[in-house]
Each structure stands twice: as C-alpha cells, then as structure tokens.
Ligand binder design. Structure first.
Ligand SMILES: [Zn+2]
Length: 279
C-alpha cells in the first residue's frame, strides 16, 4: 500500500524525508515554506540535492508538495491574484527542482464574485503549469462560504479545459464536510461514478486520508485522527478495499501532536490494508 504523512519541514527538507522513512512512509507530502506567509527564502542547492538523494535511497514515491494556504488562485482581486500567481510560479520551479511528482492546489475562493468568475481565474492561474512537472492536482474542499470545490461539479470546466493533464486530490474529511456521506458504501461508489462520468475517469490520483472533526455537510474544515472522528474506521475500510481508490497514495493530514500520533494513524490504515488485501 502507498501510505504516507504530511511532514513538517521545520528542521529542513532532509530531516523531513528522514522522518517519513522513520514512520514507514513510502510516499509523503510537504509544504515548501511557511504556508501562511508570502515570504520566501531561497533554498540552498546542497539541500535540494540531498533531499533528492534521500528520496531515491528510501524509495519514496510519489513526493507530493502542498500549496501554501495564503494563495488564492481564483481571487477577483487583481492584486491578490497577481501575488498568488507569482508565488505559485516560484513554488512550481522549486517543486520541479526537488523532483516532486504532484503539486496539490486548493481551488481558492471567489470572494462573492461568483463561482464562474472564480473558476475562470483559477483556470488562468494554473494554465502555465499544466503539462509540466510536477503534475497539478486540485483538492476538493469542505465548501465553506465562497470557497470553490465543495461540489465535484465545480471542477467540470477545469477538466473540460485540461482533461487528463491535471488530476484530483480527494480529501476524505472535506468530502464528508461538503455533504457527501462516504460512510455509506453505495453513496461512496455513486460519488466515484459521478466523478468518472462528469470529470475524468480515474481522475483521482492522491487521497488525503483524514477523519472528520465536524459533521456531515457542516462545511467546517476540521481534521481528526483516523477512527476518532465522524467518519470512523469503517469508512477507511470502504476506501481501502475499493479496487481503484485502494491502490492510490493515502496521505494523512491528521492533527500534529507528535510522531507517535502519526504512527498510530498510519498503523490503523496499514492494518486495514492487511485485512483486505492480504499482503
Ligand atoms: Zn487535504
């Protein structure tokens, strides 16, 4: 099973790969810098080289980079949009240098300008980076306020434009918070079929495996430890035993307490995998 965690890089990129390896991850996700700041420091080329070397030695694949929260790629505000696009460009160059496979973006907020305006801005924002490395994955959201991506239909235009040159990052907690009851296997399969038909067959390429700290349809983005939230362990059994979803990288973004908490969450997923795939 492809299984990993979002790892903090406060001790540097090389230490992050080591932590991933220590946790038994064969894939992982990082931010490149402080996700709530516009400021960027230039990265030392030696660190980049060492990062790539470690990733290769530990056979970690895919390497996933997550966009900083501060960007709004669908903003109607020209200034914010410009700043966001400039930072995205900076990030994409760095992600490519690091040999990352996927770059996960949040679709952003239209801030009341309307979903069509937001999506059009989003399309223009990611256009320069499509068909390049790393591949852009759009993450679904809890659909709070004017946030785009709470309904899978929000992505139709995006996939009409870019087809299979982009992919989807499916966040289990956001999906549930947005109103899709994936605790029910029939409803989960119905949702997958809808994604296959309306967006792109097999368009989901990464799973953010998080239990939900808030109820169905609450539109509140709260992550919880696996098995301790509103989704419960049973939901992750449904996902892992699915013939397609179960083959994808599962990356936890559960609350960061300590390394033991990450380990415990990963162990639960691994034990489900053992049961259903009989490794
Ligand atoms: Zn996520």
């Amino acid at each position: 099973m492809l299984i990993g965690a979002h790892i903090w890089i406060n001790k540097g990129l090389v230490s992050a790969v080591e932590t991933a390896n220590l946790l038994g991850c064969n894939c992982f996700q990082i931010f490149l810098q402080n996700p709530r700041s516009w400021k960027r420091k230039r990265r030392n080329s030696n660190e980049v080289m060492k990062f790539r070397e470690k990733v290769k030695n530990y056979k970690i694949s895919p390497v996933v980079i997550h966009m900083p929260y501060i960007l709004n790629l669908s903003s109607p505000d020209r200034e914010i949009l410009k700043k966001s696009r400039e930072l995205l460009e900076y990030e994409m160059i760095e992600a490519e240098q690091l040999g990352a496979d996927y770059y996960v973006i949040h679709p952003g907020s239209h801030r009341g300008a309307g979903i069509d305006v937001g999506i059009k801005n989003l399309v223009e924002s990611i256009k320069p980076f499509v068909r390049k490395k790393p591949e852009i994955l759009v993450e679904n959201t809890a659909g709070h306020g004017n946030t785009i991506g709470g309904r899978w239909e929000d992505f139709v235009y995006l996939f009409e434009k870019f087809g299979g040159d982009i992919g989807i990052c499916f966040d289990t907690a956001h999906t549930f918070q947005a109103g899709y009851d994936i605790r029910d296997e029939d409803k989960f399969l119905e949702m997958l079929e809808m994604i296959d038909n309306k967006l792109l067959p097999k368009g989901i390429l990464v799973v953010h495996a998080n239990d939900s700290g808030s109820p169905l349809g609450s539109h509140l983005d709260r992550h919880q430890h696996i098995g301790e939230g509103f989704l419960g362990r049973k939901t992750f059994e449904i996902l892992i035993k699915d013939r397609y979803i179960g083959t994808l990288p599962f990356i936890i973004e559960t609350p960061k307490m300590d390394i033991e908490a990450d380990k415990k969450n990963l162990d639960i997923l691994k034990s489900i995998e053992k049961r259903y795939h009989r490794l």
